[in-house]
Design a protein around this ligand. Structure first.
Ligand code: G3H
Ligand code: 13P
Ligand code: ZN
Length: 320
């Protein structure tokens, strides 16, 4: 079975009013865990690869691993470049057969962001690929001077609904990542904090009012940092004090408002770390990697099962 196009997954997700999980991958066990969970739950799937993942695993290995996953499973799988930072990187991925790419020029001024996105869109559309752009800056630990989890930035620039309309029209991107208080990593919030869901609603409404239809929005930084997994990490020699993610209820509302693609990486990392740490502590004499990578893979699989079934509601939609 070949890859399924991101465009087709988006069209069905918009129609069915569910969200697609876009899960970051960089090794075999992550790919196996995610694909097995989605296969068992009959969920359509986007596997996404960052520049760092390509550097870590080698693009050829990742491509072959995904080809293997596609051939042993029967669910629809799309492959997406996460946070492409240059036209050249996007072009490479388009030429390699990715079904979608993200060009992230959100740190640039509006007009430059538009120009860079438009250049990627022009190439992508000629080569059967679709493009995600980003407008606004994500807030949180990743923009801080100090270490992640140290100081929290409040200097994020939220996406403005009217600017979103102008941006989509001028850049012709196929989907838009928004900044509504979301951030990457395991230290997103302190205490009772939430995404700005009213703003999300306004962005979706503005795009619709402007004649752009049921336009697909993307939520980055959508990990919820499950506290049961953080507790396993901390109980087994880890140190993740005050780790906190987006409440799952916020993600569910975002899905209902119209976030069609929901990006999850940190939760996969925490699940894998919890599995490995626990296996090491339970069996200190063990040195066969299969004995700790195996349980870690199972932790990731159960996490993904929960996401697609209970949060994104894409389970059961693979063959719509
Ligand atoms: O948003 C970033 C993703 O979590 C990928 O992270 O650049 O460390 O691979 P990475
Ligand atoms: P998290 O760090 O919340 O998992 O976000 C991942 C992401 O946005 C990848 O692009
Ligand atoms: Zn992201």
């Amino acid at each position: 079975m070949p890859l399924t196009h991101t465009r087709d997954l988006f069209a069905k997700a918009l129609k069915g009013k569910y969200a697609l999980g876009a899960f970051n991958v960089n090794n075999m066990e992550l790919i196996q865990a995610i694909v097995e969970a989605c296969e068992e739950e009959k969920a359509p799937l986007i596997l996404q690869i960052s520049k760092g993942a390509r550097q870590y695993a080698n693009p050829v290995y990742l491509k072959k691993l995904i080809e293997a996953a596609v051939s042993v499973s029967n669910i629809p799988i799309a492959v997406h470049l996460d946070h492409g930072d240059t036209f050249e990187l996007c072009k490479q991925c388009i030429d390699e057969g990715f079904t979608s790419v993200m060009i992230d020029a959100s740190h640039e001024p509006f007009e430059k962001n538009v120009d860079i996105c438009r250049k990627v869109v022009e190439y992508a559309h000629k080569h059967n690929c679709v493009v995600e752009g980003e407008l606004g800056h994500l807030v949180g630990a990743q923009f801080d001077e100090g270490e992640e989890g140290g100081n929290y930035s409040t200097s994020g620039h939220y996406t403005h609904p009217e600017e979103a309309v102008k941006f989509v029209r001028e850049s012709a991107v196929d989907s838009l990542a928004v900044a509504i208080g979301n951030s990457h990593g395991a230290y997103k919030f302190k205490g009772e904090q939430h995404l700005d869901l009213e703003r999300l609603k306004s962005i979706k409404q503005a795009l619709s009012d402007a004649g752009l239809g049921d336009y697909p929005l993307v939520l980055h930084g959508a990990s919820s940092v499950p506290q049961d997994l953080v507790a396993i990490v901390n109980a087994n020699g880890g140190k993740m004090p005050d780790a906190q993610g987006v409440p799952e209820a916020d993600i569910e509302v975002a899905r209902r408002i119209g976030c069609t693609k929901v990006n999850i990486d940190t939760d996969l990392r925490i699940a894998m770390t919890a599995g490995i740490r626990k296996a090491f502590m339970d069996n200190p004499k063990e040195f066969d990697p299969r004995k700790y990578m195996g349980p870690a893979r199972t932790c990731v699989k159960e996490l993904v099962r929960h996401k697609v079934r209970d949060v994104l509601c894409c389970a059961g939609h693979a063959f719509d």
